[in-house]
Design a binder for this molecule. Structure first.
Ligand code: SAH
Ligand code: SF4
Ligand code: F3S
Length: 452
């Protein structure tokens, strides 16, 4: 193969699921870049297509098979030269079934094996049929994956923890991502520094259970998330920090106080509670009660009065009665969320709750409808309450219309303002003038200064 060939391999990556998959997709592109692969926006004519999949709910997993059907036609159009890889949580959970149902797939790679992609591609080229790598290897993929190569943008994610040992009754993550593991502090700080040098100003630390973080520090001791956050806040030019997703039972007082003491830490927390009923929380194996969640919210509001919350809810877990659902609605009304995600319970193969008597779809749908109406009301109220406020906005780039620039509020709300100049990467005071369902409009308060 000559040098031109090496430089012209086209890689298309489709990403489903959570932010962790988004981050992993970028790392897979980085690991394949030295092999001559550069990413393209369309699968047509690509040399390699990676489908990075999600298994969290049935509908997410089914999407994979319909998308694969379309890819098969594109593969045939390339004379079967296109290599198809399925990665992510469906690959991990259903690798064998996948190869049976879609024999034109060349490669099935689980989330802990991405650093082995170059070797797996070589195996496919050697031509002995499809390869599958869904082991949880002893080596840690983060010790082998390159750090982010391309600039990640003003707002970027950084994975610090992966896997989960909690085994909630409904959830596939402990099976697809493996045991909880934290990256050492030094590697995280080095990666964050490189990101900031390339223009990143806000970093969201990612982990399936990010607040259970316990990574090895440079002093040889185990560092908590709060300690890591205060180290990261020292990086000049890194203005904002977030972390997601947290579990209520790992919400320590130290971490709560970080929201008071660490000015870079945003007053915004995604804290999935799933249900407001203690009976259902116990059935879900969530290891906390509804009142524990209430206490955490109250304590955070005490130390940081402008704190706002988002959450996740599951409706219709086996055993959920009308009274249990009413307890969830009561918790929602009491708390007042900035935003929340809610889902009908979806039985997942191999998880404990899948084998129990199921709630009828009509019941689930009616409850979900009621919950979502309340959550929509709360989200609108939260956004409406920002009108008239003077709030700092981190600008990320141009807006959709000429003369507009776009950024994010403290609560990650998209904000659009008219501006004579681009302010990418800068934080400026904005007076919010209008709240739309999914974005805010405002005016720059230091407009004259900026124009001059
Ligand atoms: N680690 C996070 C959540 C990871 S999964 C936590 O502990 O909260 C993201 C969300 O998907 C969950 O919060 C839950 O609300 C939802 N989810 C997970 N499994 C589900 C299932 N089987 N059916 C419906 N929703 C589910
Ligand atoms: Fe899934 Fe529960 Fe682990 Fe979250 S804490 S990833 S819901 S098992
Ligand atoms: Fe989905 Fe796996 Fe993330 S199941 S939500 S892609 S951890």
């Amino acid at each position: 193969m000559n040098v031109t060939d090496r430089n012209t391999r086209r890689l298309h990556i489709v990403t489903h699921g959570c932010q962790m998959n988004v981050y992993d997709s970028a790392r897979m592109a980085d690991v394949l870049a030295p092999l001559g692969y550069s990413t393209v926006d369309s699968p047509e004519g690509a040399d390699m297509v990676i489908m990075n999949t999600c298994h969290i709910r049935e509908r997410a997993a089914e999407k994979v098979f319909s998308a694969l059907g379309r890819l098969r036609d594109l593969k045939e159009a390339t004379g079967n030269r296109m290599m198809i890889a399925v990665t992510g949580c469906v690959a991990q959970a259903e690798g064998d079934i996948l190869l049976k149902r879609a024999p034109y797939v060349d490669m099935v790679v689980g989330p802990q094996a991405y650093h082995r992609l170059p070797e797996l591609i070589a195996q496919v080229h050697r031509g002995k049929g499809a390869v599958i790598d869904t082991d949880f290897p002893v080596e840690k993929k983060f010790d082998f994956l390159p750090d982010a190569a391309a600039p990640q943008g003003v707002i970027a994610n950084l994975t610090i923890q992966e896997g989960c040992d909690k085994f909630c009754s409904f959830c596939v993550v402990p099976y697809t991502r493996g045991a909880e593991a934290s990256r050492p502090v030094a590697g995280i700080v080095a990666e964050a520094r490189r990101m900031v040098a390339q223009g990143t100003r806000e970093i969201a630390l990612l982990g399936q259970n990010v607040n259970a973080y316990h990574g090895e520090g440079p002093d040889g001791r185990i560092w908590s998330l709060a300690r890591l956050l205060s180290e990261l806040a020292e990086i000049p030019g890194l203005s904002r920090l977030r972390y997601t997703t947290s579990h209520p039972s790992d919400m320590t007082e130290e971490l709560i106080l970080a929201h008071r003491d660490n000015p870079a830490l945003m007053p915004f927390l995604h804290l999935p509670v799933q249900s407001g009923s203690d009976k259902i929380l116990a059935a879900m194996n969530r290891k906390h009660k509804a009142d524990d969640f209430r206490r955490i919210v109250a304590r955070l509001r005490e130390v940081r009065p402008d704190m706002a919350f988002t959450s996740d809810f599951i409706i219709g877990h086996p055993g959920e009665s009308d009274a249990d659902f009413a307890a969830t609605m009561a918790l929602v009304r009491e708390t007042g969320f900035a935003l929340a995600y809610s889902f009908n319970y979806s039985p997942r193969p191999g998880t404990p709750a899948a084998g129990l008597a199921q709630i009828a779809d009509e019941v689930k749908n009616a409850r979900l409808y009621e919950l979502q109406a309340e959550l929509r009301r709360q989200q609108d109220a939260f956004n409406a309450a920002t009108v008239g406020l003077n709030t700092p906005v981190l600008f990320t780039g141009l807006g959709r219309h000429p003369g507009q620039i776009a950024g994010r509020s403290l609560y990650a709300q998209p904000v659009v303002v008219d501006s004579p100049v681009e302010l990418t990467g800068e934080i400026h005071a904005v007076k919010i003038t209008q709240a739309n369902p999914n974005s805010l409009l405002g005016t720059l308060l230091d407009k004259e200064k900026i124009a001059a």
